[in-house]
Design a protein around this ligand. Sequence first.
Ligand SMILES: [Ca+2]
Ligand SMILES: [Ca+2]
Length: 100
Amino acid sequence: MKKFPLLILLLTFFIALPSYANQANEKNKFVKMRKRFEKIDKNSDGLLSKEEMIEAHRNHIDKLFLKFDKNGDKKLSKKELRAVKQEMKKKIDKVRNEGK
Ligand SMILES: [Ca+2]
Ligand SMILES: [Ca+2]
């Protein structure tokens, strides 16, 4: 699991990314953030526990693997990780361009 911290970093970025998208639309952004929060907050106590955050990341990791683990070996190779980075870069560029 040597690559795990990098993945977490990438995923945190993925999760945080949409919050850049709607700077023009603060209310929409707030609603989205709240929905995301509510989704992660499984026991609805208004707090995110470590377990809930790990669980949320796990769901994201599952999705990430579904999409990017091309050979289905449940591991991301350097090549596959590169695809993740490219996808992220595309998203960031898109968000940046939308902001213009
Ligand atoms: Ca909670
Ligand atoms: Ca793979």
